[in-house]
Design a binder for this molecule. Structure first.
Ligand SMILES: [Zn+2]
Length: 189
């Protein structure tokens, strides 16, 4: 059983409070395009992520707003701007990397929140049954590409009926496997 493997570029999730600090009081995110996960979308708004050595301009915000601001970078990004980004599941940000976010109306100093997302599969209960996996299980996934096929270990399965079946990797992982436009993976035991 194969599933699509999608590459997540660097992005930021923000709280409504931080959004207002960055873009102005009462500001509302502008949806640019829906993402594969239901209810999630890329926004027109962009911010600059500032590390101890350098900064990354034009980093997209993904909506909707969340309970905690979180910056997802590749390890290449994190190293280049001088931020220590641990590999974490989304939402698990305690003690993660620090940075500053700069928007058109203000700045937010983040003591923590910068992570390199742990590669993962989003699956519904039905998908998980069909794949023979359960929530939180760690699996390996083989990705077949032109000349750079790769088996990714340490892939966490996340099960929720609000998801759509897809695996998410970051740009470092995508490049390591030479992923083109449409790539599929399958669990290998
Ligand atoms: Zn994901």
């Amino acid at each position: 059983m194969k599933f699509i493997v999608e590459t997540s570029a660097r992005h930021v999730h923000v709280t409504q409070e931080d959004l207002e600090t960055l873009f102005g009081k009462g500001y509302v995110l502008t949806k640019k395009k829906d993402l594969s996960q239901p209810g999630q979308y890329a926004c027109e708004e962009r911010v600059t992520v500032v590390g101890s050595k350098k900064e990354l301009a034009g980093v997209s915000i993904l909506g909707p707003c969340r309970k905690a601001t979180q910056v997802e970078l590749s390890l290449t990004d994190a190293r280049s701007i001088g931020v220590a980004a641990p590999i974490r599941e989304s939402g698990d940000i305690a003690g993660s990397g620090a940075c500053k976010l700069v928007g058109p109306c203000g700045e937010v100093e983040l003591k923590e929140g910068v992570i390199a997302a742990k590669r993962h599969i989003h699956a519904t209960t039905k998908d998980a049954e069909a794949l023979g996996v359960t929530n939180g299980e760690i699996v390996s996934v083989k990705v077949d590409t032109e000349g750079r096929s790769l088996v990714f270990g340490d892939v966490v399965v996340r099960v929720s009926d609000s998801y759509a079946l897809a695996m998410h990797i970051d740009t470092d992982e995508s490049n390591a496997a030479g992923c083109g436009r449409e790539v599929y993976g399958e669990i290998v035991k």
